[in-house]
Design a protein around this ligand. Structure first.
Ligand code: 13P
Length: 329
């Protein structure tokens, strides 16, 4: 199947993408915080709970996993990518190796993972990967983001996206402007615009087919510690205006990250965006805003798997309703 066709499936009407690809370190920290021992088996069991949620494919097109989960199996002996495909879900793989301090730009980071990526993508495609993810991290404050950090990250995203398409895998291009900080919503809009301008300039130079790529941006929101409040209409208006100014029409779709927004707020903001006339589907690729309630309900207890799955199914239903103009609660 072409990357264009796969990308269209990823952003099919009423569906979003589940991000369950936390690194071993991040997942372990989240398990510990929930009172669950951070073992390899518990990370596996938690991901099994998520991907075997009954009816998941009704509101989810694909699931992003990390390398560890991609090589693990569900209790019935299927590999995770096989279990996903069997449930009508596209298997996705996070291929970056994390954001590291960027030389020459104190306080800013560049995402690593390009070395050997062609070979890794070939292997992942053989294991069933249909799409991939690479996350760049952009910070706001004290003159940041600087153009060097933006360009370094945009360059890496473009090289990653080109390699994905060479392997027949759809790249999710994720330049995340973080919510952390005291900055205003206007500062978020400006940093997001500057970042996306650089990203699309590099994608064009790299010859990436935009119709075979999905953009995963942040919503335009005020900094977490700014004290500024923005209702869903304001967030939707600012986000859509920012994207309209810089995202080419050919891009297959836009799937937002939740970025640490409260669970219901992310859903309300997503719903408010649907009223705008834009050339791309606007959907979700949430991590925390989908899975946090499931982890809290599960508590690592085998007898609470169903409660965890109910919690995930509920968030999926609400976010799918946000796309369709349905009830958000
Ligand atoms: P959040 O929705 O929790 O921000 O996670 C999305 C994601 O995939 C971050 O890379």
């Amino acid at each position: 199947m072409s990357v264009q066709a796969t990308a269209a499936e990823m952003v099919a009407p009423g569906k979003g993408i589940l991000a369950a690809d936390e690194s071993i370190a991040t997942m372990s920290a989240r398990l510990e915080k929930a009172g669950v021992a951070p073992t390899e088996e518990n990370r596996r069991a938690y991901r099994e709970l998520l991907v075997t949620t009954p009816g998941l494919a009704d509101g989810i097109s694909g699931v992003i996993l990390c390398d560890e989960t991609f090589r693990q199996s569900t209790s019935d002996g299927q590999t995770f990518p096989a279990a996903l495909a069997g449930a009508g879900l596209l298997p996705g793989i996070k291929v970056d190796t994390g954001a590291k301090p960027l030389a020459g730009a104190p306080g800013e980071k560049v995402t690593e993972g390009l070395d050997g990526l062609r070979e890794r993508l070939t292997e992942y495609a053989g294991l069933g990967a249909r799409f991939a993810k690479w996350r760049a991290v952009i910070v706001i404050g004290d003159g940041r983001p600087g153009s060097w950090a933006r360009r370094a990250n945009a360059h890496a995203l473009a090289r990653y996206a080109g390699l994905c398409q060479e392997a027949g895998v759809v790249p999710i291009v994720e330049p995340e402007v973080l919510m952390d900080g005291e900055h205003s919503m206007a500062a978020c809009a400006a940093a997001t615009t500057a970042t996306l301008v650089d990203v699309f300039a590099e994608l064009r130079e790299a010859g990436v087919a935009l119709a075979g790529a999905v953009l995963k941006p942040n919503m335009v929101v005020p900094g977490k510690s700014s004290g500024e409040l923005a209702d869903p209409e304001q967030v939707a208006k600012a986000t859509v205006a920012t994207l309209r100014g810089v995202v080419p029409e050919e891009v297959a779709g836009i799937a937002f990250l939740s970025g640490g927004q409260p669970v219901t707020q992310a859903t309300e903001n997503l719903a408010a965006m649907q009223g705008f006339d834009v050339p791309w589907p606007l959907t979700f690729s949430f991590g925390r805003a989908l899975v946090d309630p499931a982890l809290a309900a599960w508590q690592g207890q085998p007898e609470r798997v169903e409660a965890g799955q109910d919690a995930l199914a509920d968030r999926v239903r609400c976010n799918s309703a946000a796309l369709n103009g349905g009830e958000l609660a």
